[in-house]
Design a binder for this molecule. Sequence first.
Ligand code: NAD
Ligand code: MG
Length: 391
Amino acid sequence: MRRISIFGATGSIGDSTVDLIRRDPESYRVVALTGGGNIAKLAALAREFRAEIAVTAYPERLAELRVLLAGTQTEAAAGPQALLEAADRPADWIMSAIVGAAGLPPGLRALRHGTTLALANKESLVCAGPLLMETARRHGATILPVDSEHSAVFQALQAEDLSSVERVIITASGGAFRDWPLEDLPGATLAQASSHPNWAMGQRITIDSASMFNKALELIETREFFGIDPAKIEAVVHPESIIHAMVAHNDGGILAHLGAPDMRHAIGYALNWPERRALPVERLDFVKLGSLTFRPACETRYPALRLAREVMAAGGLHGAAFNGAKERALDHFIAGRIRFTEMSDVVARVLEDLAAGSALSGPVTLEEVTRVDQIARDTADAALRLGEAAH
Ligand code: NAD
Ligand code: MG
């Protein structure tokens, strides 16, 4: 029986992970489940799987969690320190599916125990790629990518030599506004940005798909995880989301990974790795599909992609600044304080401000990443206040 924990169990990736576990309960012992504000869901999952511990990120919700877990063997805990302690619990496999930079500390802590980390939390790699990869190496831990594109690249690279790779192409659906005229984008509403044409995901990544900040994070994630030269990494818009990524070799051959847009593919692959097991996902019918189409991922429509190139070129703590600014800009868009297209303006402004000083010159340690993440958020807030004053 494998001991597994799910960080971010109450979210969209959490749902898909739980779905796979639920189909084969005999094979798993659930150690820790964590969530945010949906205490009822967290408690119900903990009861169903008889988890050893359930942790909410919010200390003020602990009493509620305790009440809902009364009479069970599950311990209740809350707050960032409790998340770290949950990551200390011995487990064979941990799903890292917290959204945002908050996923970094528990993921890092889990790696220090040499565990296998299934990494959906791409923000960890964007903020602290070298730290995460080096920690895994030092402690003999394995990181398995769960982002669909990166799982696809990982699979296409099995038994291949990285030195023969000419290009890695990750696909993008193009998000909610792929067919909108450019001049309409500033008027995009929160509801419009929160609906994805192909994938059912959490709200934040759905909006990031519409702005392509998600693809920007994924370009950086590709660079950090596989150690590939940024010049060899491309994004292409593929509205059908059937091909998830392609790896092009120096003999002109290209290996593509195809599958229905269902995160249980990538999660199941990471869960069963190094084996492949049957998964409950739709099988593709090429005749029904008819055609697969591609368009350029245009940097005018999606300035986030241009910013990602700058971040990859600069390296170091620029990723943490980029992600922190992006998270804050997204908060402001969700709160209705800035327009859809202003998110990339805010992030560009923060990167420019921080790169001009010495804020981003330190080493990629957890302390430095945490410091830069906070400065980036504060600078985004300051940029917004200046903008308001100018209106
Ligand atoms: P979600 O919003 O549906 O779920 C996020 C989870 O994190 C929830 O359990 C929530 O309670 C928890 N959480 C939120 N803030 C927290 C905090 N400050 N501290 C601790 N826990 C917190 O998000 P999601 O769509 O499941 O995405 C999770 C991660 O997986 C993200 O990094 C996302 O980029 C990545 N990812 C998601 C998908 C997808 O299909 N949903 C695909 C690829 C990658
Ligand atoms: Mg993805």
